[in-house]
Design a protein around this ligand. Structure first.
Ligand SMILES: *Cc1c(COP(=O)(O)O)cnc(C)c1O
Length: 369
């Protein structure tokens, strides 16, 4: 410690800077970015149009309460807009939740391969992360409950989770909630909810509506293809919305985002097309990878976690190198404690088929089963 310079708050030094999905390939090679779970179909043309129109009014501050966007979200999901808050990506909302409910001495629980932003938000708020082990790359409710202490204030659960792609059935989420004391806030991060079709899955809207200690976060970065505009939202009880509204930046969502997000969520046809594309390719890719002898964690999201062997020249790092030289950029997940896996976002048909062909070459005919 150097007493001659300002000292950042305790805990900040423990934060490892978030490494975004890469997008670099050799010069002249066509890039297929499959590293950030972005939408291969892009946004709705109506969202692009709304964004362009916003360019004519850049001198005005945005509507600080993002009313148009909250109302559009409310209409689609049948929610009261007063119980919705929008943010600069759901990342911002996760940080607001941490800042609003955690301070020094408190603990936040999340699972072993849970989304990395939970750790960053917890440490930035001065609190201590508590990690619950997973079973088969899936959150384990009993392991989470076992770690609840007098200091626990928040539980973060990504459902489905990134980078594993696994989910907890709503019954398990309910069981988790039922065993948490009422002063602990359960944050359900449903960034990939639109992609899930399992009968036993729910994003958590009903759980939020009927309780005072559950919040659900959502994003426009995935199914809506608007990652660059940074739009997220949360649905929660009035007292939680009040807390977040007090501490957020007064204009935390910009005008172009409000306009584009509102247009995007109203375009149900584009959403349906994006879901159909994912349904088709999530199944195809999972099967094709397994046919190559690779282990794939069963995913309900718009990405798959692929596990590689330990043979020299055939590790995840080797595969990552091989693929990126050919323009296919996947996500290394060593930062999640998964050094021998890669996460692949579902891409365009061309990208998907290209990765499978390249991996077949990489593994060599004798490895393929
Ligand atoms: C992508 C993702 C988000 C969304 O982040 P934004 O800040 O809205 O872009 C949130 N949670 C998880 C688990 C994600 O994978």
């Amino acid at each position: 410690m150097n007493a001659n310079i300002p000292q950042a708050n305790a805990g900040i030094e423990k934060i490892t800077i978030y490494v975004p999905g890469k997008s670099a390939v050799p010069a002249g090679v066509h890039l297929h970015k499959l590293s950030s779970n972005e939408s291969p179909l892009g946004p709705s043309p109506r969202a692009i149009d709304a964004y362009s129109q916003a360019a004519a009014k850049l001198e005005y501050y945005p509507d600080g309460s993002a009313s148009e966007l909250r109302e559009a979200i409310g209409r689609v999901h049948s929610l009261n807009p007063d119980n919705i808050i929008c943010g600069n990506g759901s990342d911002e909302i996760l940080s607001l939740l941490a800042n609003g409910y955690l301070s020094s001495g408190d603990e936040a629980i999340y699972s072993e391969y849970g989304f990395l932003v939970y750790r960053i938000a917890t440490l930035a708020a001065g609190a201590a992360p508590v990690i619950a082990p997973e079973t088969d790359y899936r959150a384990n409710v009993d392991a989470i409950l076992k770690r609840v202490s007098d200091k626990t204030k928040l539980v973060f659960l990504a459902n489905p989770n990134n980078p594993t792609g696994t989910y907890l059935p709503i019954q398990e989420v309910r069981r988790l909630h039922a065993s948490l004391p009422p002063h602990i806030l359960l944050v359900l991060d449903a960034a990939y909810a639109e992609y899930v079709h399992c009968d036993d899955y729910e994003a958590g809207i009903e759980l939020v509506s009927s309780n005072q200690n559950v919040v659900m976060t959502r994003t426009f970065s995935k199914i809506f293809g608007l990652a660059s505009l940074r739009i997220g939202w949360a649905y929660g009880p009035s007292h939680v919305m009040d807390t977040l509204n007090r501490i957020r930046g007064p204009f935390n969502v910009n005008a172009a985002s409000i306009a584009a997000g509102s247009a995007a969520i109203r375009d149900r046809e584009h959403v349906a097309a994006s879901i159909a594309h994912n349904d088709l390719w999530l199944g195809n890719i999972s099967e094709a990878l397994q046919a190559l002898g690779l282990k794939v964690t069963p995913s309900v999201g718009n990405f798959v976690l692929i596990h590689f062997g330990l043979d020299k020249g055939k590790t995840a790092e080797d595969a990552n190198q091989y693929l990126s030289e050919r323009g296919y950029v996947l996500r290394g997940v060593g930062g999640y404690g998964l050094p021998n896996a890669l996460r692949m976002s579902i891409g365009t048909q061309e990208a998907n088929l290209g990765v499978i062909a390249a991996l077949k070459e990489f593994l060599g005919a004798d490895n393929a089963r």
